[in-house]
Design a protein around this ligand. Structure first.
Ligand code: GLY
Ligand code: MN
Ligand code: MN
Length: 436
């Protein structure tokens, strides 16, 4: 893997010109009082270094004579390591992570200027860590003040996100392997969940079955809080209480994925708790399934990112008109976004080191074009939310539809010839998700 990280740094450095890039590790996150969450490295930092400790800074200075890649890390400290775990330390940062030079993080202020004073720009993402933003700005201002003495130094700060975003958007072979594994583990978990769901069981029991598989198969854990939403709970997009007892005629919507080696999967399935759809559930389910299939068919190199969403919206709107939930001409209903009370989210997002991964969806007036190596979700849904405020020209919703929430989500790789559904192993056909 070290060769891969090095390749990424080289690729990034080829875009920095005479600039110096600074990356900050993620801060520790507090759960409560002095208890912290498991540490999760910042995705850009991890992408470029593979280094997974907090209190670190990576500097890339392509123009520097000796040190193009510098790491500032927590020094070895036997006493502290007894409490908070192993630290790589300064020496091993060079050996194991390929840094040309490494320093203790405590020396950052002293050592950083030498990597900036000949740069014409600082590449840095102004992030949520305000203290660290301040630190970078202070160095920048100080170098600006002394610029006349040298006639060199940074005169701009440029955000790193666009460069990292476009690099991370196209997955390498090694990344794809991790994505496949994340998808395979979540596929197994969802398939099991469908088998063990039954009336009388609680949503959290199914969550436990799923997350058991995640850890059992070596995933780091859930990629995001697992959504296990039965009945009307499925109409809450980010429902995570997962504490309701499931009933025979409920649908169960499960949106759960895992993180494996830092890479994420993101799957949603909806199926009948008691094994058989009601007539209304089946009608709406078939509309969503058709929307998802047609949207997935749009995932081909050369197509626009938006064509996936537009296709899903069209099929969903046609379906809503067919069953009488919407009234009017399909083109007009789409143009006026009359489907939005029932389909209020987008169909896709990029997927990778982040669940909602980096990379742009639109280039100003030009659309983002799908290219081999990109991975996106395709996740249309219909939510007949109770007490929805309807437009004046729309009919009152027949109560038989109300409270039904459905989403179907797969993770789709753009290939050179079309696409590959990485999560195709989770049942979604009607005769598969019906179990009696
Ligand atoms: N589970 C988050 C999403 O589907 O985007
Ligand atoms: Mn998603
Ligand atoms: Mn999801």
């Amino acid at each position: 893997m070290q060769a891969e990280y090095q390749k990424r740094r080289q690729q990034l450095m080829s875009k920095l010109g005479n600039g110096t890039a600074i990356f900050r590790s993620a801060p520790m996150a507090v759960m409560h009082n002095d208890v912290e969450y498991n540490y999760r490295q910042d995705s850009d930092f991890f992408y470029l270094t593979g280094f997974n400790e907090p209190q670190a800074v990576a500097v890339l200075a392509p123009h520097h004579a000796e040190h193009q890649f510098v790491l500032f890390v927590q020094p070895k400290d036997r006493e502290k390591e007894v409490w908070t775990g192993y630290r790589c330390g300064v020496g091993a940062a060079k050996e194991l992570y390929g840094a040309d030079e490494a320093y203790p993080i405590t020396e950052l202020d002293e050592k950083l200027p030498q990597y900036l004073e000949k740069a014409d720009r600082i590449f840095y993402h102004l992030g949520r860590d305000r203290n660290f933003n301040d630190k970078v700005l202070k160095h920048y201002q100080s170098l600006l003040r002394t610029y006349p003495k040298r006639g060199t130094g940074p005169i701009a700060i440029e955000d790193t996100s666009p460069i990292l975003g476009s690099m991370r958007l196209i997955k390498s072979k090694a990344e794809l392997e991790l994505m496949r594994q994340a998808a395979a583990i979540a596929t197994e978990a969802h398939s099991l969940a469908q088998q063990v769901t039954a009336p009388g069981r609680y949503e959290y029991e199914i969550q436990a079955e799923i997350e058991h598989i995640f850890r059992l198969r070596g995933a780091m854990g859930p990629a995001y809080p697992s959504i296990v939403a039965s009945g009307v709970n499925a109409c809450v997009l980010h429902y995570i209480e997962n504490d309701r007892q499931m009933q025979d005629e409920d649908l169960l919507l499960i949106d759960a994925g895992c993180a494996y080696g830092y890479y994420n999967s993101d799957i949603t399935r909806t199926f009948p708790v008691g094994g058989k759809f009601t007539a209304e559930q089946k009608i709406l389910y078939e509309i969503v399934l058709e929307a998802q299939k047609q949207a997935i068919a749009q995932v081909q190199p050369g197509n626009t990112f938006n064509s996936v969403h537009d296709t899903a919206v069209r099929v969903l709107t046609e379906g809503l008109v067919e069953v009488g939930i919407l009234k009017g001409e399909v083109d007009k209903l789409i143009e006026e976004e009359k489907y939005k009370p029932y389909y209020m989210h987008r169909t896709s997002h990029w997927l990778g080191l982040d669940v909602h991964d980096v990379g742009v969806y639109q280039h100003g007036d030009n659309p983002q074009i799908l290219q081999p190596g990109q991975i996106l979700t395709v996740e249309p849904g219909l939510y007949i939310v109770p007490d929805t405020k309807l437009a004046e020209d729309q009919p009152a919703t027949d109560p038989r539809w109300v409270g039904i929430g459905i989403r179907i989500e797969d993770d789709v790789l753009v290939t050179s010839t079309g696409h590959e559904v990485l999560t195709a192993g989770v049942p979604k056909e009607v005769d598969q998700v019906e179990r009696r």
